[in-house]
Write a protein that binds this ligand. Structure first.
Ligand code: ZN
Length: 592
């Protein structure tokens, strides 16, 4: 059996060219080498596993190489290079400050610094995790760092730059190493797959790169783990998902699809499936938020390039994003973010997530009802003080605050229509003041719907705030009106409009003119739930009573609306009671 070498070591870059994702560092170091201006102390900072030690070793090798190519790359052939590659060079000293942080360790290192190199020009001292040195060790090291012998080069590496003493920082040339981009990691993994003769699905490599979180070393360890666990020479996305216990993105696609068609059963069942597989709801919420973010990015052709996914997956994101409105995705993102925050102190986390998902499932309807079902009349009825309509062709971002709209009309040439509501209540003034802060520049017509959602959210927030103070008929009326406006059904709107209500303790007495109206409102179970939720009182009762006497004007009204068959019959029955007798006979004859 041949000796197994982990990929992180086997494919450790040998030259600056091979270093992945740190081009800015490699370029600066190469320039310094070319013009011969090499500092004697470097500090490499950045997250773990991004190539700090690797770069330090490459630099050490290059400056000791006997025939460097173009002064910047090691030949990898001379005796110095081969001894470096075999880890047998006497010109490189590595000190792991995490385990050797005492003054004693530093003194031993300083002793080494004094001795001239026996072969080659430089001795390179690499101090890893330099921030772990004790302050005494730091101080012992300062003098040497300030006046090092010609042949000594210090390269310090740290993941936590802020913990390094300023006196050390000021004596070093500092290089910031970046997290490695997912696409760079994927490319490197593909190269390794080629060399190892492994067939890997692109999405599988993506999942590995994502999990590695910008660290190449982690990516390679994960890669090794998976290649050793699969039989044969192929890695599939499923292998990676199972191996790393990742949440398959299929779930997110599935839940989003279900939300878009208001299939709440599918939404809840999918969540159940996720939980049964042992995943945290927190992880799921974050994943779904990421998914929405990806959809939002995929929606705009110019930003789809930002997506770090395979072409095939990008296409799927694009397809789903075309089914969802930007306003749905934005509001969804908001709700998921809030849910993530709320989950920290939630006692029943699953319930919290189910609640948000249920809301998401009806979000499309809320968005649509306002955008599409809203007629001009409905717009005027809206509680906003003024409604500024934006010119669709405006390509410059505009910052319009509705409450300043009337001032702007005189000074700007943009056509603006200001519709003011005659009656202004206290809440309106409050909300108009808030809107100054909330309304942001409108970047494109695509986000035009956002203002409407903001309005809706603001109104419901305002009514919530007001209602929570005390249980009043005005508060309930406000929730009632809000519910009515958001509901897409025209007939329900009419029914809800045609009511009178009084409040007695915790019972809301609602008077309606007809049985049909009563039935319609009774069927709307979400209404009482909404009132209870917003009033924070679960014991509120809705009592609906048909009482035509309270609606003298209803006689006039109903002549203008089409009556249902049942209503027509009841109307006729009232005028001619013998009709009831006839109907009974007919029923018994026909056997109905
Ligand atoms: Zn060489």
């Amino acid at each position: 059996m041949s000796k197994y070498i982990v990929s992180a070591r086997k494919y450790r870059p040998m030259t600056f060219e091979e270093v992945v994702g740190q081009d800015h560092v490699a370029k600066t170091l190469k320039n310094a080498l070319q013009i011969g201006h090499l500092a004697h102390a470097f500090l490499f900072t950045g997250p773990r596993g991004v190539g700090k030690t690797t770069c330090a070793r490459i630099l050490a090798k290059v400056i000791n190489c006997e025939n460097p190519k173009n002064q910047v790359e090691a030949c990898n052939e001379c005796s110095s290079c081969t001894s470096f590659n075999d880890n047998a060079s006497f010109n490189i000293f590595e000190l792991d400050a995490a385990s050797n942080n005492s003054v004693e360790s530093i003194r031993m290192l300083i002793d080494q610094v004094r001795i001239q190199p026996q072969k080659g020009k430089y001795k390179v001292f690499i101090i890893d995790e330099v921030h772990m040195l004790t302050s005494q060790a730091f101080n012992a090291f300062l003098k040497t760092l300030e006046e090092p012998p010609e042949h000594a080069i210090f390269i310090m590496a740290t993941t936590e730059k802020h913990k390094v003493l300023p006196t050390i920082l000021s004596r070093c040339q500092i290089f910031d190493f970046r997290r490695i981009q997912i696409s760079d990691i994927v490319r490197q993994l593909e190269i390794i797959c080629d060399k190892e003769n492994i067939q890997a699905e692109k999405q599988a490599l993506h999942a590995i790169a994502e999990k590695a979180d910008g660290a190449m070393r982690d990516a390679l360890s994960i890669f090794d783990k998976i290649t050793s666990s699969v039989s044969g020479n192929a890695i599939t996305y499923k292998d990676v998902v199972n191996n790393l216990n990742l949440l398959d993105y299929e779930y997110y696609f599935k839940i989003t699809d279900a939300c878009l068609i208001e299939d709440i059963a599918k939404v809840l069942l999918t969540l159940d499936e996720v939980i049964k597989q042992g995943f945290d709801v927190e992880q799921f919420v974050l994943g779904l938020a990421d998914h929405f973010r990806d959809l939002l990015i995929a929606k705009i052709p110019s930003t789809i390039g930002i997506l770090e996914a395979s072409e095939e997956l990008k296409k799927r994101y694009y397809d789903q994003s075309q089914l969802a409105q930007a306003s749905f995705l934005l509001s969804g993102l908001n709700m998921l973010n809030q849910c993530d925050i709320d989950l920290v102190r939630a006692k029943n986390k699953r319930l919290q997530v189910e609640l948000v998902l249920s809301k998401l499932a009806y979000l499309s309807r809320a968005v649509n009802s306002d955008v599409f079902a809203g007629s001009v009349e409905a717009q005027e009825k809206k509680n906003s003080v003024a409604n500024v309509s934006l010119n669709q062709n405006t390509d410059k971002p505009l910052n319009l605050s509705p409450n300043h709209g009337s001032n702007n009309t005189g000074t700007t040439s943009k056509p603006q229509q200001v519709v003011s509501q005659p009656e202004t209540t206290t809440t309106n003034i409050e909300s108009s003041n808030q809107s100054k802060d909330i309304v942001e520049p409108v970047a494109s017509s695509m986000f035009g719907n956002l203002d409407k959602i903001r309005d809706m959210v603001r109104q419901s927030e305002a009514s919530k705030l007001k209602a929570k103070k005390e249980l009043t008929i005005e508060g309930i009326q406000k929730i009632w009106n809000n519910y009515m406006e958001l509901n897409p059904s025209i007939s329900l709107k009419k029914a809800m409009e045609l009511t009178q209500m009084t409040l007695q303790d915790k019972t809301i007495h609602v008077f309606v003119p007809t049985q049909v109206t009563k039935d319609m409102i009774l069927q709307e179970t979400g209404l009482i739930e909404r009132i209870r939720e917003e009033m924070s009182a679960t014991d509120i009762i809705l009592d609906i009573e048909v009482n035509l006497e309270r609606f003298p004007e209803y006689e006039e009204y109903r002549t203008t609306v089409t009556l249902s068959n049942k209503e027509k019959y009841l109307e006729m029955l009232k005028k001619n009671p013998s009709l009831g007798l006839l109907s009974k006979k007919t029923r018994s004859k026909t056997g109905l």
